[in-house]
Design a protein around this ligand. Sequence first.
Ligand SMILES: CC(C)(COP(=O)(O)OP(=O)(O)OC[C@H]1O[C@@H](n2cnc3c(N)ncnc32)[C@H](O)[C@@H]1OP(=O)(O)O)[C@@H](O)C(=O)NCCC(=O)NCCS
Length: 152
Amino acid sequence: MPTMIEINTASILDLGALRHLEQACFPKDAWPLLDLVAVLSFPGVVRLKATENNQMIGFIAGESREHEGVGWIATVGVLPEHRGKGAGRALLEACERQLGLPRVKLCVRYTNYEAIRMYERTGYRAIDHWLHYYNDGEDALVMEKRIAETGL
Ligand SMILES: CC(C)(COP(=O)(O)OP(=O)(O)OC[C@H]1O[C@@H](n2cnc3c(N)ncnc32)[C@H](O)[C@@H]1OP(=O)(O)O)[C@@H](O)C(=O)NCCC(=O)NCCS
């Protein structure tokens, strides 16, 4: 029988699982421990985990910039062995709904084709690019989704 992926709010109790996920998903850009504590505890952040059999398999955080009418996806990742079965899309769409803003933006490494494909499939379009944004000098692609237009 296929197992169900559940999306729920994450909390500081998920710190250990998030640290493991971060290292598995972002070998080049893993956040330091303090940033992980902040993303799990600061106000104004939408933080959601995807779980399967009570194990965290994915995580997303979105920051609300209400005065600009924009939400920013700060991070999204799914454990390598759980990719390709809809957890990334489910996290992204749940985060967009909870942000509740007309536009959502994010940036992604120029060569992160898997993530760019997911963003394109869920309604994001490239709007800009930032030169040498990442530590190793790689450029960032900035993408945006207009929620009203996609009817989410
Ligand atoms: C990007 C990431 C979160 C996708 O998670 P996922 O659970 O595998 O994504 P999903 O299964 O929900 O797939 C979402 C869409 O992306 C597409 N997609 C996902 N992986 C893909 C791949 N390897 N090749 C082509 N398309 C892919 C799928 O076609 C899918 O669209 P569909 O539902 O219309 O078929 C995951 O690959 C990941 O954690 N990568 C490492 C961390 C990262 O780069 N995060 C983004 C930082 S900006």
